[in-house]
Design a protein around this ligand. Sequence first.
Ligand code: NDP
Ligand code: HEM
Length: 492
Amino acid sequence: MAKPQMTTTGGNPIADNQNSISAGPRGPLLLQDYQLIEKLAHQNRERIPERVVHAKGSGAFGTLTITHDVTKYTKAGIFSEVGKKTDMLLRFSTVAGERGAADAERDVRGWALKFYTEEGNWDLVGNNTPVFFVRDPLKFPDFIHTQKRHPRTNMRSAIAMWDFWSLSPESLHQVTILMSDRGLPLSYRHTNGYGSHTYSFINAKNERFWVKFHFKTQQGIRTMTNAEGEAVIAKDRESSQRDLYEEIEKGNFPKWKMQIQIMNEEDAEKCPFNPFDLTKVWPHADYPVIDVGILELNRNPENYFQEIEQSAFSPSNIVPGISFSPDKMLQARIFSYADAHRYRVGTWYEALPVNRPKSAVNTYHMDGSMNFMEPKSSNAYYEPNTMGGPAQDDRFAEPPLKISGDADRWNHRDGNDDYTQPGNLFRLMSDSQQQQLFSNIAEAMQGVPREIVDRQLGHFHKADPAYAAGVAKALKVEWEASGAYPNEPALA
Ligand code: NDP
Ligand code: HEM
């Protein structure tokens, strides 16, 4: 079979790809060997910055199929009829590790979804947990610093983690999940996904509902103990990547049931907790889950770098019928992700094949570094114009978002109950799950000063006295609730 002609990036045919041009057989080399120079220069540019968080990940393409009618809540085209199918991409990740980190680590799993809808891309960038460690985005970089490496030791620091968590009681719910059996999933396929934040649904009558998104694994929740995780890592650092890739290649397509919870605008006013607080769930008994559809992953990427490393997800990508909420964390993420992509991937990141919407894109943005869009020009290169250029359409206007209150740095810990929901989670765990929780925490606390441990035990005690007692026993420390610290973070 005739092979294609090898060329430079300029398309010039290459005669010899084995020997560089040298003066005599022993060298030195000639500057005119552009082929060599191009090859080395290109290699120097093979890496792009890794994601500042969630650097290690795996992804696959698939389909969302709608199985139930939710059009009374949303006019989004993706939910318009039962049987509707939408192409999508799902990138899973761990949070703290670098790009080469092992998969089988105790960590939250990222769940980043991109739905290529007829009304542009809808990105739902969530986790395998329904809550988060902080509720004010001002604390997000601090929290992430505790998960990454210490500036001097260049190692991860249990002291930094527990110091921060013990001074941030709002983290207790997520810390409890992280340290539970579910904090170390067997593979990505065996996790649930959550949109986590509260979002808006807007229906055809322009009525707003608050909504939370859930994806329930049809493979079943499966987890590992720390010892099992260590044994996996000793043999295979890519266990989740391997599992996802191989199962899809075999045709064993993983599936999740998509569900929503709905809250009326009026109910949000009466809710005993802030329904926009990312450290809280909406109890199922009060806000039952409603089936929506089935998510299936059925195609591995052809090129990992092009389609997964260069994929860019942002909570700012929403479609008519789905919108934001007052959640402070969500509000900050609307800014942060697109900003990160412009730095990590480049100005035209959304024109890359994996990120490009499958619907028409008509902006007035111009020029810019690496503008590789199809060449086109028009007299309508500004707006408004009488040259037939793209125009706004007020059919897409959202109902006004009701807000009130004075602008201030409101203390987000004032009057907030950080203990009942983590306590509920602790109480629904079986005895063996509670024992795993205790021993996971005790292991994770090795080397942490007593003062920090005591402050954290105070939080466990407020969630449930048996929680603190169990951890103290696993730590082999004498501890009694003094009531001195649980409520007040030292920095409040
Ligand atoms: P329910 O008994 O109705 O629901 C309990 C939920 O907890 C189920 O969704 C279950 O997931 C999940 N769960 C069980 N073990 C763990 C674990 N180790 N880590 C994380 N989730 C777990 O109770 P409520 O709705 O009243 O919630 C009680 C507590 O359950 C909450 O405080 C919260 O911590 C947790 N939870 C609640 C969710 C919600 O949206 N209401 C969602 C996820 C967790 P599954 O069905 O897959 O087994
Ligand atoms: C990735 C910021 C909270 C889930 C990222 C990235 C940034 C970021 C900058 C890297 C993006 C990239 O380079 O492509 C923030 C900020 C937060 C926040 C500022 C809070 C204020 C959250 C929360 C969740 C979450 C609450 C889940 C509920 C993810 C996921 C990724 C990610 C899944 C990986 C996306 C991918 O696969 O490409 N975050 N984040 N983050 N974040 Fe967040």
